[in-house]
Design a protein around this ligand. Sequence first.
Ligand code: CP
Ligand code: NVA
Length: 316
Amino acid sequence: MTLTRNVIHRDFLSMGDVSGAEARAVLTAAIALKSGELRPDLTGRSLVLLLEKPSLRTRVSFELGMRRMGGQSLSMLPQEVGLGGREPAADVAQVLSRYADVIAARVNAHRTLEELAATASVPVINALSDLEHPCQTLADLQTILERLGGLQGVTVCFIGDGNNVAASLAIGCALVGARFRIASPAGYELPDGVVSRAGAIAAAEGGIAPELLTDPRDAVTGADVVYTDVWASMGQEEERDRRARDFQGYTVTPQLMELARPESVFMHDLPAHRGEEVSDDMLEHPRSIVFDQAENRLHAQAALIAMLLGALPRPG
Ligand code: CP
Ligand code: NVA
């Protein structure tokens, strides 16, 4: 992925597919799009979203984001496409490249995204895989930037599973100079590959390598952002009971928030399981910014798509 002025070329499968400068350019454009200062024109351009899993935020924000910019969008459900079953991902990507200007896909296996990207002649965007959820991270970083006024040196602590959301956030923090700490029970740590990738990015960008902890209280103490996600992700439903036992003590509560900085914020990508990773009252807590995060999916993805399609006005 390279940036020529304000145009990003090719795929966005991982948060690590952009540089720190590119990530900041997307965030700046997202904020300008949100305020109405920037109005990309995507008339005649189209996006196809392939879904192998359920979605509210991702589907609606991709679809309405395209329409707000004058473009068109179409979502395809698993039973309609049969990605990798009825038709190989490589063939699906070549066909869709003849119809659409950009493909987004929410997949069970990250490998499917790589197969799509290998033969697509248009950009492919990761709309969530088992490994990463980079579009969520763009919206999260935008929300932190708006709320705290900056990203450099901000301490983001993640409580729970070292999953797709945590992985993209760890890499995103490394890209923009934020400090990322994660507290997970044994066996649920951030994957080694993600830790090493985020560490390498931090070294290259002058950022901070992720810190792996086990005690949620250690992670939250002094944090600017407290973030959590479900203990059992989509596709792990049969592990829900075991995970509920293994994650005991990892629930984010107002009491845990008291250890964070007084001006800290609480974040969750949603949907949330109240009574598991969050107490019943956490989403409505005065420090919760979870619905701002959800809103920013619209703006951050619109900025990403506009940059991928070269539809932002060039800087003067
Ligand atoms: N946060 C998120 O991606 O939500 P959906 O699964 O509803 O798209
Ligand atoms: N980790 C969750 C995120 C949902 C947006 C999942 O993969 O189900």
